[in-house]
Write a protein that binds this ligand. Structure first.
Ligand code: ADP
Length: 891
């Protein structure tokens, strides 16, 4: 193609090139050199314009466009084939829309103008919604007739889309505002006026269409909030605050009583001079939330008060992590101090082992039912045990797995104890043998125990709700009134003895104790009565009184002193004789004590002996002197024996004191006589013995057998007489305390052997054996020998039909014990205790035939006692006796 032919096509960018290089020979408009000037001119303008342009030319409306238009065709679309082609072929999708416009312009009409018109076209491989602002104008040919339509267009898809989106978001915002029931406001600080949406206006009771003055709105704010809000607005408008505004306040619409709580949120906008030019935001009706919140707070507060008042501990247990959150009170209940941190596992360890199973069961049940309730004992660090009640609720996740438990704890130790006490009290009341009855202040019976039924014969059913007067005999009706009076004043009636009537009209002796029953606030609400049937006791008392009367009469009529003492040994009764003898009054003895009657020298031993008897419960036997009213003292032998109950416990002591002054004096005379007699007898006896021995020697060879036999008998009797006199002398020595011991070291077996030989010699018929252990003693050899002789002669004397006598000795506890065993007549138990007394001889037909004074054992006993030893006997009548004596070994 010639360059000159296409000069009009020079430049024109990509489209210029395309037109130039295109083979137009087969085209509808022919090659460019055939194109009319009007087309050339128009194309030249189009190609050189930076504004998107398009041209439909000729009857076929052949298409031309420039580079600026090219992007509107997109990729993979009409470009580049549309160039030089029929419009109708390439704009099929919009042909119906644009053909009329083209026709209109070609028909000589006005140029058209369309703004943001949606004309979807095929491009980028698909139909797209494309918006256009375009104008169609005619291009005339040389003949002055429209030959083409010149299109200037601008794709406004982006602009339209943006605008649509904006519109949409405004809509959405409005919708949101509407849905959220928000009020909106927009304040202009420069004019001090603001705009608001209808809702806000409604809230504020503003119906003006115009802008509103801020002050006008401020007045609607409740007085209590007003200043605070003015201050917050001021603050937001100050640049340094950052411009943020948030406030909650109450508005009171004019003409309405009810306030409305709103929450305002907003922001101030500042210009470069840091001056606020706009302040806008929203307002939300939060009345319900605030009321709900307040209610919640109130409820929480109430709950806290309840928890506090009920002294409940609270806890929250995470069932997965076993973490536990608890209140201070909960810790206190478990025995810990405030703020102490204790792990769940440790808390579990504190539980009483016996309660673990029931607690585990309670938890298992809680997972099933959702509620927890159990009671357990908790052991504090100091070992004390406390009862705790746990209650809780289980919380589950969406899959119904338990995740959390929230609960309370309560110290029920007191409750538990109270319950236990109540149960115990109830048991006591029921098992009491006393009637326990309670009544109200009108005297109506409110409780009646088993013993009451037993005593009065009425059942509980018969008596509850009945007046107590039913039990009171007609002549004692006034009693109840005065008892009620006393109870009403809070006083107790103690052991009041009276009479009551049973269902069988029997009159009973009753001892009453009545105490007021107080209600929770200490006010008296009734009385409890304990009634004991003392009919039998009264009868017994009457009998005791009668017996005592008899006893007194008896005791007072006796010349002896009779006295009694309590279990502790305090003397509490003396018969008349005591007062008469001593000249003391009851009061004097009561005040100064009975010991004042006793001779001062005897008092110490007396008290000692009495104390010993009281402590050991053994009979009291004591000789002491009592002072008579005239100042003389007389010897008394006092004896007292304890009175025991069925269980063997001493109840009292009963004692008597007998005057032995005369006996004592006779005794002394007797002792004096014995002493004198034995002394006086000794001399003539010694002389007789001397002459007998003389005569025996002189007539030793005589044929006179009678004489010799007589001398022998006399000699033997003199020996016996001498020994009797010696014994009597010993007795008086003992009595006068002048028996002297000459102690020496000696081998006791030697001494025993010597004596055994002597006795054997005198009693050749008896079979006497001795076996023993050698033992050294420090003692009076003569006197110990005398004891042994005594025992051996007795053994011989009191065993007429048996000739066997066994003597033994052995060592026991640093003592040597000597025993003399015979198989003779034996001694009864009663006599065994007495044979060591002076002049005591066993009485009986057998013993009469045995000579003796009954002083041998007395002397022996004295000698052994003076050696700090012991003498005793064990015997059975008819079988024989064993006498023992022991003396200490030489140290
Ligand atoms: P007596 O001089 O009467 O024997 P004793 O003091 O020696 O006096 O003894 C007191 C009493 O004890 C005796 O009268 C006798 O009844 C009893 N008696 C002593 N020894 C024996 C004995 N071996 N067997 C039986 N009775 C005895």
């Amino acid at each position: 193609m010639e360059a000159a032919a296409y000069r009009f096509l020079s430049g024109g960018g990509e489209m210029g090139n395309l037109i130039r290089s295109k083979d137009w020979s087969a085209s509808l408009v022919g090659t460019p050199d055939t194109w009319p000037q009007s087309l050339r001119t128009t194309l030249s303008i189009i190609l050189n314009s930076k504004f998107p342009m398009f041209l439909f030319w000729g009857p076929d409306l052949v298409c031309f466009y420039n580079d600026a238009y090219r992007p509107s065709l997109g990729n993979e679309g009409k470009h580049p084939n549309i160039l030089g082609s029929r419009g109708e072929d390439y704009w099929q999708e919009i042909w119906l829309v644009i053909k009329p416009l083209i026709d209109q312009v070609l028909a000589g009409g006005e140029a058209t103008w369309s703004e943001d018109q949606l004309i979807p076209i095929y491009r980028n491989g698909k139909m797209e919604d494309v918006y256009w602002t375009f104008s169609y104008s005619p291009v005339n040919d040389e003949s002055g007739k429209p030959a083409g339509v010149f299109v200037t267009c601008n794709e406004t898809t982006d602009k339209v889309n943006t605008r649509n989106k904006l519109e949409e978001s405004v809509n959405q915002l409005e919708f949101a505002i509407d849905a959220a029931k928000l009020g909106t406001w927009d304040y202009n600080p420069a004019t001090n006026t603001f705009k608001a949406n209808d809702r806000l206006k409604e809230w504020f009771g503003l119906n003006t269409e115009n802008e509103i003055e801020l002050d006008h709105a401020i007045n609607i704010i409740a007085e209590k909030d007003r200043q605070r809000i003015i201050d917050s607005i001021q603050k937001a408008l100050d640049h340094s605050s950052g411009g943020f505004y948030e406030a909650e306040y109450c508005i009171i619409k004019p003409g309405s009583q009810q306030g409305m709580i709103v929450q305002a949120k907003g922001r101030a906008w500042f210009n470069e001079e840091k001056i606020a030019y706009r302040f806008n935001g929203t307002l939300e009706d939060v009345t319900e939330q605030v009321t709900a919140r307040k209610k919640l707070e109130e409820n929480e507060e109430k709950l806290n008060i309840v928890i506090d008042a009920s002294e409940l501990g609270t806890w929250e247990l995470d069932l997965k992590t076993k973490e536990i959150i608890y209140s201070d009170r909960h810790m206190e209940i478990l025995g810990h101090t405030k703020g102490e941190v204790v792990k769940y596992e440790e808390l579990v360890k504190q539980l009483h082992p016996d309660d673990l199973i029931s607690r585990d069961k309670a938890f298992e049940k809680a997972f099933e039912t959702g509620t927890l309730h159990y009671e357990t004992r908790v052991i504090y660090e100091d070992g004390s045990i406390h009862w705790v009640e746990g209650r809780g609720k289980v919380f589950y996740d969406e899959d119904h797995n338990p995740v959390k438990m929230i609960g309370t704890s309560r110290d029920i130790t007191e409750v538990q104890q109270r319950e236990e006490n109540m149960a115990r009290m109830a048991a006591i009341v029921q098992s009491s043998s006393d009637a326990i009855i309670s009544k109200d202040l009108n005297g109506i019976i409110t409780s009646w125990n088993a013993a009451a039924e037993q005593i009065f014969g009425y059942t509980e059913k018969e008596m509850i709700g009945q007046p107590l007067l039913r039990l009171i005999p007609a002549d004692r009706m006034d009693e109840e009134t005065s008892i009620l009076l006393q109870i009403r004043s809070g006083e107790r009636v103690n052991h009041f003895e009276t009479k009551r009537i049973t269902k069988n009209n029997e009159i009973l002796d009753i001892s009453l104790t009545i105490s007021p029953i107080r209600g929770l606030h200490g006010n008296i609400i009734g009385a409890s009565k304990i009634a004991r049937d003392i009919t039998a006791q009264k009868e017994a008392e009457r009998q005791i009184a009668a017996n005592e009367q008899k006893f007194r009469v008896l005791a007072d009529s006796m010349p002896q002193f009779v006295w009694t003492g309590d279990a502790a040994g305090n003397l509490n009764y003396f018969n008349q004789a005591v007062y008469q003898y001593s000249g003391l009054s009851k009061e004097q003895i009561k005040k100064e004590g009975w010991l004042q009657i006793v001779h001062p020298d005897d008092r110490e031993a007396n008290v000692e002996a009495w104390t010993h008897s009281v402590q050991t419960g053994t009979d009291f036997i004591f000789e002491h002197r009592f002072g008579r009213h005239d100042g003389e003292y007389r010897w008394q032998l006092s004896r007292a024996i304890p009175q025991r109950d069925a269980a063997g416990n001493i109840q009292m002591w009963v004692g008597t004191s007998t005057d032995i002054q005369d006996i004592k004096e006779q005794d002394q005379q007797k002792d004096f006589f014995i002493s004198m007699a034995s002394h006086e007898l000794k001399t003539p006896i010694t002389s007789i013995k001397g002459y007998i021995q003389l005569l025996q020697t002189a007539y030793a060879k005589s044929e006179d057998t009678l004489l010799k036999k007589s001398l022998g008998v006399i000699d033997k009797q003199i020996v016996t007489l001498t020994s009797l006199i010696t014994d009597l002398l010993d007795v008086s020595k003992i009595k006068s305390g002048s028996l002297v011991l000459n102690k020496q070291d000696f081998e006791i077996t030697e001494m025993i052997s010597e004596i055994v030989n002597q006795i054997k010699h005198v009693n050749p018929d008896h079979h006497i054996t001795f076996s023993g252990k050698s033992a050294l003693v420090f003692a009076d050899r003569e006197r110990i020998g005398q004891v042994l002789i005594n025992l051996l002669t007795n053994a011989v004397k009191y065993s007429p039909n048996s000739k066997e006598i066994i003597i033994k000795n052995f060592i026991e506890n640093d003592h040597v014990v000597v025993s003399v065993h015979d198989s003779g007549i034996g001694i009864s138990k009663a006599d065994q205790e007495k044979i060591f007394e002076r002049f005591y001889r066993v009485e009986g037909k057998d013993e009469r035939t045995y000579p003796g004074f009954g002083i041998g054992l007395f002397i022996s006993s004295e000698i052994i006692q003076r050696h700090d030893g012991k003498i005793s006997v064990s015997s059975e009548p008819g079988k024989g006796s064993v006498f023992y004596f022991s003396i200490p070994l030489k140290k």
